[in-house]
Design a protein around this ligand. Structure first.
Ligand code: NAD
Length: 261
């Protein structure tokens, strides 16, 4: 029997990139999935149906905007009908790259709201059910930028450092209830989020896009390779296993050696 059979996993921002990879990997271990995120309705429905069929699990889609507390509350009310959220993956996130003098205040609010505050709302709503079941897994998709900074990413670095602090606090609060909370800290993964920031970084640093990939992105990673979605998904799945029951409050780097430098 797959090790997560009977569990329900909410993966925020799972219509693309890392979140979609994690949703697929958890479903392959037997978990029922709540997909979330924006995108083309037909493509999302095809993904939903595909994951359900390939793995013989239940997959539902909830398009809640994770910057809006009322929509997150409605998502959890719907999740209660599926037996509640046993595995919470706080993954939805956006980036904006610009010098601090030009950083648009609305982008600061969006990044803090989505990359940090949404994890507060989902966690406060998931916790009672996890405590009652004496089992829960919270996996926060942080970043190497939860541990180190880069210029021109003030809001993102602040949000991800905040998410790591939040992770440690929740790890302590859930420790005697069978709940773990950890932060995965990936380096660069080639997803739409990274592809979109290449032109902005080129502008902020006065470089070509090719120079940004070579001298900024891959220069940060001693392996000179991108991390893959599948590698991050495998780590997230491991954190949901019984073998990981004593990993709690940890930042788990998966960055080709970036933060070792
Ligand atoms: P992505 O752009 O491919 O996916 C982002 C997802 O978030 C999409 O499904 C999108 O629809 C969803 N989303 C955006 N706004 C939303 C909102 N308001 N409500 C609900 N969903 C929303 O990006 P990704 O690279 O897969 O990033 C996923 C997470 O991984 C983010 O938290 C990001 O910070 C983190 N991360 C990414 C990298 C990387 O190099 N790609 C590195 C470290 C950390």
């Amino acid at each position: 029997m797959a090790q997560l059979t009977g569990k329900t996993a909410l993966v925020t921002g799972s219509t693309s990139g890392i979140g979609m990879g994690i949703a697929r990997a958890l479903a392959a271990q037997g978990a029922n999935i709540i997909l979330n995120g924006f995108g083309d309705p037909a493509a999302i429905e095809a993904e939903r149906a595909g994951i359900a069929k390939d793995n013989g699990v239940e997959v539902v889609y909830d398009g809640a905007d994770m910057t809006k507390a009322v929509e997150i509350e409605a998502l959890f009310a719907n999740a209660a009908k599926l037996g509640g959220v046993d595995i919470l993956v706080n993954n939805a996130g956006v980036q904006h790259v610009s010098p601090i003098e030009e950083f648009p205040p609305e982008k600061w609010d969006l990044i803090i709201g989505l990359n940090l505050t949404s994890a507060f709302h989902t966690t406060r709503l998931a916790f009672p059910g996890m405590k009652a079941k004496k089992w829960g897994r919270i996996v926060n998709i942080a970043s190497a930028h939860a541990l180190v900074a880069s210029p021109f990413k003030s809001a993102y670095v602040a949000a991800k450092h905040g998410l790591l602090g939040f992770t440690k606090t929740i790890a302590l609060e859930g420790a005697t209830s069978g709940i773990t909370c950890n932060a995965i800290c990936p380096g660069y993964v080639k997803t739409p989020l990274v592809e979109k920031q290449i032109p902005d970084t080129a502008k902020a640093r006065g470089m070509t896009e090719e120079q940004v990939i070579r001298d900024v992105i891959l220069a940060a990673q001693p392996t000179k390779q991108f991390v893959t979605v599948e590698q991050v998904a495998a780590l997230a799945t491991f954190l949901c296993s019984d073998a990981a029951a004593q990993i709690n409050g940890a930042p788990l780097s998966i960055d080709g050696g970036w933060v070792a430098e």
